[in-house]
Structure formats: structure tokens, C-alpha cells
Design a binder for this molecule. Structure first.
Ligand SMILES: Cc1cc2nc3c(=O)[nH]c(=O)nc-3n(C[C@H](O)[C@H](O)[C@H](O)COP(=O)(O)OP(=O)(O)OC[C@H]3O[C@@H](n4cnc5c(N)ncnc54)[C@H](O)[C@@H]3O)c2cc1C
Length: 240
């Protein structure tokens, strides 16, 4: 895989403690929605035992003219450097990798189950499917503590207006700590919540993205509902 150097164009807080970083897209760089990049800091001012490299999903969609990833800004050397990185600074991108990409057969629905920052590859997939007017039925169940924590909430809510094949179901697990109004689902993603929107749970291909515990919990729910492991694809965000 070729290695690219990419320049930081802008950065923005997109949810509580969560930032998106936008980079120039190198000439000839091609990727599929849902893939990820290994990002390495070049000569950072500080480093720690985890090193200067992290894997990040490309949250930008391939049709967009920039590359973007989004991350929870925890207090690690890598993220401290990233947070204060001057615009124009370069980092190294080893990419694209991964097969967390939408299946081809449009007669099979796609169900995405995301936890927190696990929504990043799914932003790319949903926006690209909408742009390409793909006929796939898409359901996105996106779980967060509070609306304040939910990255891309407005964008994904809007996407279903443009793409009538797409249904966005946000759910909040700690609304008692929120100061925002929320009229959607609350609590963890359950089999009952899935059944309400999907009906036959054994038909779709499922895509789970998020921290390991969340991925495991979702797989258990699906297995209990009779979903075959062959129809479950996962992206585990190590480090959370
Ligand atoms: C394929 C793939 C795609 C990914 N995509 C994304 C993405 O799009 N966005 C994203 O944010 N991450 C993504 N990740 C995870 C990402 O690579 C990092 O592991 C993650 O962001 C954590 O990095 P860190 O610097 O905060 O912590 P690290 O320095 O990597 O932390 C290592 C360990 O220290 C502990 N730790 C460190 N800080 C804290 C803290 N404040 N609180 C609790 N525990 C802590 C944790 O136990 C963690 O396991 C992806 C991972 C993979 C494998």
C-alpha cells in the first residue's frame, strides 16, 4: 500500500470531547467507504508507549474532496499533539485498509449498529450510498450517552431525508445527564428495538462498529435472534 503525506486543512469540535480533522486528499488516493487509515505523527513534540501511530476510520466519503477522521480527544500524547497541530502540518497516512464496506447485493438490507465514535466509518458509507443513489435499504442504530456526545447526529438525521432507503435510529443511554431535548429512542440497542424497524432479523447483513464491549454485546443480541455469524461484520475500535 502506498504511503501518503497529508496536510491538515482544518479541525473542528463536532461533539463533546470529540474532534474532526480534515486533510488534503492526495492526488490519486482512492478508498472505499468504511475503510481506515494508519495515521502517524511526524516528529511529534511528545510521544508515549503507545507510539506515534493510530488507526482511524476515514469518516469522509470517497466522493468528498477532503479526507477526514474524527476521534474522542482523550489525554494521550498522540491526541495532545493532534489537538494543537498547526494547520498545514503533515502526517503520514498508510491507507486504505479494511473490509468494513457495504455489500454489493442491494436486495439484502444493511443494518449498522454503532456505539459512540464507532459511527465514523458509517458516516462515510451512508453519505456515499446517498450520493450514489444506491438502492440498498439501510438502517443505522447509533447509540450514545447523550445527544451532546453524538458525532454527525444532524448530518445522519438529514441523510435519511435525501435517501428514503435510509432509516436513522439514534438512541441515548444517559439522557438524565443531558441538557438537550431528545425525541428519539433511549437505552441500549435491544432485540426489541431492532425488531420494531427491521421485522425479519435474519435477512440483513449487520455491521457493528465501536468499542470491544459494545461489539460483543451486539453480536450476542444478534446471535440470540438467530442471526448467522456469516452475516455479521465488525470493526472493533481498539483503545476504548
Ligand atoms: C480499524 C480501526 C478503526 C478505528 N477508527 C477510529 C476512529 O475513527 N476514531 C477513533 O477515535 N478511534 C478509532 N480507532 C481506535 C484508535 O485507533 C485508538 O486506539 C483510539 O482512538 C484510542 O487512542 P488513544 O490515543 O486515546 O488511546 P491509547 O493511547 O491508544 O490508549 C491505550 C489504552 O490506554 C487506556 N486509556 C488511555 N487514555 C484513557 C482515558 N482517558 N480513559 C480511559 N482509558 C484510557 C485505554 O485502556 C486504552 O486501551 C480505530 C481502531 C481500529 C483498529
Amino acid at each position: 500500500m502506498p504511503i501518503y503525506k497529508v496536510k491538515l486543512k482544518s479541525k473542528q469540535e463536532i461533539a463533546a470531547g470529540t474532534m474532526a480533522f480534515y486533510f488534503e486528499k492526495p492526488e490519486g488516493f482512492a478508498y472505499k467507504a468504511g475503510q481506515f487509515a494508519d495515521c502517524t505523527l511526524i516528529n511529534p513534540a511528545e510521544t508515549d508507549t503507545e507510539g506515534n501511530m493510530r488507526a482511524f476510520s476515514l469518516a469522509s466519503a470517497p466522493y468528498e474532496d477532503f479526507l477526514m477522521f474524527a476521534t474522542r480527544m482523550r489525554d494521550t500524547a498522540f491526541k495532545r499533539v493532534l489537538k494543537i497541530m498547526a494547520l498545514g502540518t503533515e502526517l503520514t497516512l498508510d491507507a486504505p485498509y479494511g473490509s468494513f464496506t457495504l455489500h454489493n447485493n442491494a436486495s439484502i438490507p444493511a443494518v449498522f449498529l454503532t456505539g459512540g465514535i464507532g459511527v465514523t466509518p458509517v458516516r462515510s458509507i451512508v453519505l456515499q450510498a446517498t450520493h450514489d443513489k444506491l438502492p440498498h435499504k439501510i438502517f443505522l442504530f447509533d447509540s450514545n450517552n447523550r445527544p451532546e456526545d453524538a458525532a454527525f447526529l444532524d448530518e445522519l438525521t438529514e441523510a435519511q431525508k435525501e435517501n428514503t432507503n435510509c432509516t436513522f435510529i439514534g438512541t441515548m443511554t444517559q439522557m438524565e445527564t443531558s441538557s438537550r431535548a431528545w425525541h428519539g429512542e433511549t437505552g441500549f440497542i435491544t432485540q426489541a428495538m431492532l425488531l420494531k424497524s427491521i421485522g425479519n432479523l435474519t435477512l440483513p447483513i449487520y455491521y457493528i462498529a465501536g468499542p470491544r464491549v459494545m461489539v460483543q454485546a451486539m453480536r450476542e443480541i444478534l446471535n440470540e435472534a438467530g442471526v448467522n455469524d456469516d452475516n455479521i461484520r465488525t470493526e472493533e475500535f481498539s483503545g476504548y
